[in-house]
Design a binder for this molecule. Structure first.
Ligand code: RB5
Length: 151
């Protein structure tokens, strides 16, 4: 599974921790390092850049980290076909995949510590969409999204 990650200025340390964690687990993770080319970038353009790479199929899963995780989730969800959620607990991280089929996990470096963040990422990566009763709900979300994007 190809995973992509990025963060804003509030989460540089936690992003390193998560990359190290994923690498040790044998995962293939790509750091877009948007701040490396534009050091004063705000979270919207950083999150949007990553979401486009989920949308075009370059990566299957994405992780976005900012101060709260909120802004990153908001911007990633503005890219059609990309679904993101903030998770600061393991149950939500599992449900984000199992129930909501979201490709992007967001977290807040000012909200949780590195050990919990690592556990959340592990749980999220181990979870897959279950279909079943969740399928028509996700289908409805995609249908309504088409209306929202004017198609
Ligand atoms: C800091 O820029 C803060 O606004 C950002 O990291 C994030 O928490 C926004 O949702």
């Amino acid at each position: 599974m190809k995973i992509v990650i990025d963060c804003d200025d509030a989460a540089i340390g936690l992003k390193k921790v998560i990359i190290d964690h994923l690498t040790k687990a044998g995962a293939e993770v790509t750091d877009l390092d948007y701040l490396g080319t534009k050091k004063d970038a705000f979270y919207p353009e950083i999150g949007y850049n990553l979401a486009l790479k989920i949308q075009d199929g370059s990566f299957e899963r994405g992780i976005l980290i900012c101060g709260t995780g909120l802004g990153m989730a908001m911007i990633a969800n503005k890219v059609e076909g990309v679904y993101a959620g903030v998770c600061h607990d393991v149950f939500s991280a599992e449900r984000l995949r199992k129930s909501n089929d979201a490709q992007v996990l967001t977290m807040g470096a000012r909200v949780i510590g590195p050990e919990l963040a690592k556990t959340i990422v592990t749980a999220w990566l181990a979870s897959e969409f279950q279909g079943g009763g969740s399928q028509p709900k996700v289908d409805q979300m995609r249908q309504l999204e088409k209306q929202s994007f004017g198609k």
